[in-house]
Design a protein around this ligand. Sequence first.
Ligand SMILES: [Zn+2]
Length: 492
Amino acid sequence: MRALALLLVALAAGAALAHEADPGAASITPENLLADVRALAAPELGGRLPGTAGYEAAMRFCTERFASLGLTPGGDDGWSQRLTMELNEIRSCELALTGADGVAAPLALGVDYACRGFTGSGVADAPVVFVGYGLSLPERGHDDYAGLDVRGKVVLAVKPAPKWEPADGQGWGDAHLPRPKARAARDHGAVGLLLVPHPAATRPQPAIASVLHGPGEQVGDLPQAELTAAAAARLCAGGLAELAGLVAAVDEAKAPASRELPGRARLAVDAAYDPAAPTANVVGVLPGTDPELRDECLVIGGHLDHVGRQGEVYWPGANDNASGAAAVLALARAFAEGGVLPRRTVVFVLFAGEEQGLNGARWFVAHPARPFERTVAMLNLDCVAHGDSIQLGGGGSQPALWGLARGLDAAHARLSTARTWPGGGADAEPFHEAGVPTLYFASTPSYTHLHQASDTPETLNPLLHAELTRLAYRTAVEIAQGRYVGEAGERP
Ligand SMILES: [Zn+2]
């Protein structure tokens, strides 16, 4: 079925390529997109972590393209819209476990484990204590550390929030995020933190690299990693079944069931933390030509950043989001080479810091480099090249915008699914919160390799990538030429 779907995509794309009359759409090709993805996902760019030389190189790649296409710089410093954000460069991250059987086994970085993006530095070599979800909220009726001595120990905690509510019924807020958990571990005297996916999940999460960390001060002296449930199971005499049982006991009682495990861990990390590393969004503008409409803009965005490298391993982020960045560049090329003279102004943006918490998009919305009378719509391209179909988010709250794209898809490749959601999501979220109609382009199923070192160009579907980008282009042209006026009731 999957093979058939891919074949149909190939046929549809081939037919479209052969008969494409619109020179803008014709300029969007699988080859061009894949070449840009390969450039952005290359080892030299090291996973495009904002504040690093690799991210700077990715920015240069995009500014040179914008310049060669004749766009106007749209940042506050040429093409760059400067901002700062936290940066943690992980120079080495080593984890080894000694199992309950006393046998030491090396683990593979990027496969069995990965450092947390905001890990502290240090060497922890100690017995492991299971601490449930690693939450210490005694004032709220839950403390996984109550009555436990973890001084000098490595603690093992389940990574996600519990599916059940705390006793006060107020939810877990940010307490389940890695940084608050690291602070709880360090405050109790632990020397290392290991996070494990819920072992009874239907599809247990792999060990992913992530720089999402939660609020508060950096815990710079506590090494922190996450590992697969299969790897963590070696710490228990009864393997995965016993580990799952330990977590089930917490879930059933909705109360701590922490205890020492027979295994031990050695976690050694060397990381350099900067609380305010300079970085930037890249912004290129195609000015509007209509005196009535050029003070209105359409924003076309995608995030340029990914989760960087850890020692010798880097996370290429080919689908997430070299694919979306390549699509933004291809859209700029399509407007330029298609000779489109947009009535509204079109702003092309590559955001920094999506992975850390939408930093670049939030900054862009809060600090417009150029004020516009109105941002009529924001198109977001994120994870757009893996899978066999297209999903369009935003239909739940922007039916007119969503209907426009669905109609264009129906007239061309017919690859979009009926599934949608309300506006926002990822970099579209700050725009949605500011009242801008958003449409979120993603491929589906898109997240097979999400935040794994296996998110490489070889796993992408370039034909789908091209069709999705053409759909975004056709949608963008309609908006830019004033044929989309907004959602019903929004504006006369
Ligand atoms: Zn992404």
